[in-house]
Write a protein that binds this ligand. Sequence first.
Ligand code: SF4
Ligand code: SF4
Length: 170
Amino acid sequence: MFSFLKVLARNLIQGPSTDPFPFGETSTPKGYRGRVRFDASACVGCRMCEHVCAGGAIRFGESESGLRFTLWHNSCTFCGLCRHYCQTGAIALTEDWHLAHRQAEKYAMVEEGTVPLVSCLGCGIAMIPVARELMRRAYGETNGDIDRLRRLCPDCRRKTAITGAKKCRI
Ligand code: SF4
Ligand code: SF4
């Protein structure tokens, strides 16, 4: 009886030890995998994220303006594989867990973005530029020449590399 009164007194003084959610704030555990964020400017359109997504939550569509990315949070299991395999950092899992929704609202629970096509600086063909993050990893720095390489299609990059190699031998 005495121990019960002790616990009762402690609880009355300290208040509930559980979070007051949904009537008040609650904390998010560190590293929580919540809503997925897509950065179209960092995407190179390799589609690895679509390939590894077991939930089939990611779809790409091609259009004249670029590559359309759509992620359905309704089908996402928040496994994090898309982020793990994305080499450019275009996909991030945030700590936002406010995703409960009615079935009728699933069309609003999407993350979308369009990876824009640009013209190759060499031949003018429409292409997706190489992500800055990949160039930074490959060259460790950025300058005008490296930025120009980003905007060349694979064929023109190859020609540029061969021309550079020939000049080195002369
Ligand atoms: S988000 Fe990442 S993995 Fe997916 S297509 Fe873009 S670069 Fe590739
Ligand atoms: S977190 Fe997993 S299920 Fe969700 S989109 Fe990425 S790979 Fe697919």
